[in-house]
Design a protein around this ligand. Structure first.
Ligand code: HEM
Ligand SMILES: *[C@@H]1O[C@H](CO)[C@@H](O)[C@H](O)[C@H]1NC(C)=O
Ligand SMILES: *[C@@H]1O[C@H](CO)[C@@H](O)[C@H](O)[C@H]1NC(C)=O
Ligand SMILES: *[C@@H]1O[C@H](CO)[C@@H](O)[C@H](O)[C@H]1NC(C)=O
Ligand SMILES: *[C@@H]1O[C@H](CO)[C@@H](O)[C@H](O)[C@H]1NC(C)=O
Ligand SMILES: *[C@@H]1O[C@H](CO)[C@@H](O)[C@H](O)[C@H]1NC(C)=O
Ligand SMILES: *[C@@H]1O[C@H](CO)[C@@H](O)[C@H](O)[C@H]1NC(C)=O
Ligand SMILES: *[C@@H]1O[C@H](CO)[C@@H](O)[C@H](O)[C@H]1NC(C)=O
Ligand SMILES: *[C@@H]1O[C@H](CO)[C@@H](O)[C@H](O)[C@H]1NC(C)=O
Ligand SMILES: *[C@@H]1O[C@H](CO)[C@@H](O)[C@H](O)[C@H]1NC(C)=O
Length: 353
């Protein structure tokens, strides 16, 4: 192999490695990003969410989940908000999202209010991130300074949504792997799973644990037998699977450390929840125990992990765009894709400004 060939090969390796990294180590985000261009953005987002949550307290949980499902699929770029068009295959129909994600209408409500105050300035990706923090605070969870300055994607990827979003029947090995792909470690996994301290799940996501777990003919042995009876009453064998139950039977709408004390008494709702405590010899058991006995420690870890998750694969500077309408790439706001918009979105990274 000649020296030139070697150099080219090495260069290719560097490009491949950097190109494959799903997260940005130098994200260039800044909590004061909108200080001059939209100083009221935080309070505007807060007011809309506060209003909605008065009649729909579950929305706080739904909005945090929306941010998570955005970030795990080509980064926190609002790709989850893009609707189907001629050129977009929406992530909203991916298996973990379909008939499950909520809050798309609320995000549009927020976007409208923000556009009225500061037109063309705040990205939909930043709105999702702010909404997650504000939802935590409104549910009495931790607050943190949200790094801002994300741009919105020109693409979505349903295949990647199906591939990257963890499933409720994942064992600990698969959960760790799904988070590691995103640059999130075991502590982040346990801390972020603590978001299951509020919100609801449909029977279909855990019914396999109640009657015939792994085709054993018996329920999941790691499920508390009193809790099992409660869950069976809500989710009949062979039922429709759309009934809802609280993630946290103790404080259903409050963001607190009870998720972890529930795991200790084998009342994790999803298999993926209980795995963190019931996997023999796992390094996650000690983390669960520590979060369960120290809410300050849980909140500190949750904040750090949320900021880390919010940095995944962000578009900044001249990358991406500020969408006018969160459900569509600019120039395509009626959802009527033309050849012209298709071409401009293909080289949009260069030509968007
Ligand atoms: C660790 C892997 C995870 C798995 C397997 C998982 C799975 C699920 C499932 C199956 C549901 C119920 C969906 C439905 O019934 O329609 C759900 C709900 C929820 N998830 Fe996760 N999740 C995980 C991690 C996370 C993370 C990291 C967050 C946020 C930081 C999060 C926040 C939520 C919230 C708040 C809800 C309730 C949403 C609502 O009530 O609308 N989850 N999750
Ligand atoms: C919140 O609701 C109140 C009363 O319904 C309304 O006056 C106000 O405009 C709403 N604010 C936002 C930001 O939606
Ligand atoms: C986008 O798609 C969702 C369903 O995924 C639908 O509820 C919503 O009305 C669509 N939004 C627009 C602006 O067409
Ligand atoms: C979506 O992601 C998959 C898996 O990484 C990749 O193979 C594919 O090229 C992507 N599709 C689009 C349209 O970006
Ligand atoms: C976790 O699940 C995967 C896929 O089903 C399986 O290959 C692996 O052996 C399981 N790991 C453990 C520790 O059970
Ligand atoms: C995980 O990452 C956090 C920083 O986000 C760090 O404080 C912690 O030590 C790491 N934990 C492990 C087990 O590597
Ligand atoms: C559990 O599922 C397996 C595989 O589908 C089936 O053969 C078995 O009869 C089921 N057992 C019970 C008790 O339903
Ligand atoms: C929903 O739950 C109720 C009990 O709370 C049960 O009677 C009903 O059959 C369930 N429906 C479905 C579709 O599972
Ligand atoms: C099941 O839950 C009850 C409280 O409802 C608790 O006292 C008991 O210890 C739990 N059982 C197991 C095995 O964790
Ligand atoms: C709880 O965790 C916080 C944050 O790490 C720490 O400062 C504090 O000392 C811990 N409290 C106890 C009782 O261990």
């Amino acid at each position: 192999m000649g020296p030139l060939r070697m150099e080219v090969t090495l260069l290719c390796c560097v490009v491949v490695v950097l190109g494959a990294l799903p997260f940005s180590s130098d994200a260039q985000l800044d909590p004061s990003f909108y200080r001059n261009t939209c100083p009221s953005v935080h309070s505007i987002v807060r007011e809309v969410i506060r209003n909605v949550s008065k009649s729909d307290p579950r929305m706080l949980a739904s909005l945090i989940r929306l941010h998570f499902h955005d970030c795990f699929v080509q980064g926190c770029d609002a790709s989850i908000l893009l609707n189907n068009t001629d050129t977009i295959v929406s992530e909203q129909e991916a298996l973990p999202n379909i008939n499950s994600i909520r809050g798309l209408d609320v995000v549009n409500q927020i976007k409208t209010a923000v556009e009225n105050a500061c037109p063309g300035v705040v990205s939909c990706a930043d709105i999702l991130t702010l909404a997650a923090e504000i939802s935590s605070v409104l549910a009495q969870g931790p607050d943190w300074k949200v790094p801002l300055g994300r741009k919105d994607s020109l693409t979505a990827n349903r295949t990647l949504a199906n591939q990257n979003l963890p499933a409720p029947f994942f064992n600990l090995t698969l959960l760790k792997a799904a988070f590691a792909v995103q640059g999130l470690n075991t502590t982040d996994l346990v801390a972020l799973s603590g978001a299951h301290t509020f919100g609801r799940a449909q029977c279909s996501t855990f019914v396999n644990r109640l009657y015939n777990f792994s085709n054993t003919g018996n329920p999941d042995p790691t499920l508390n037998t009193t809790y099992l009876q409660t869950l069976r009453a809500v989710c009949p064998n062979g039922g429709g699977g759309t009934n809802l139950t609280n993630f946290d039977p103790t404080t259903p709408d409050k963001f607190d450390k009870n998720y972890y004390s529930n795991l200790q008494v084998h009342k994790g709702l999803l298999q993926s929840d209980q795995e963190l405590f019931s996997t023999i010899g796992a390094d996650t058991i000690d983390i669960v125990n520590r979060f369960s006995s120290n809410q300050t420690l849980f909140f500190e870890s949750f904040k750090a992990a949320m900021i880390k998750m919010g940095n995944i694969g962000v578009l900044t500077g001249s990358q991406g765009e500020i969408r006018k309408q969160c459900n569509f790439v600019n120039g395509n706001s009626a959802g009527l894709a033309t050849l012209a918009t298709k071409e401009s979105s293909e080289d949009g990274l260069v030509s968007s400004i």
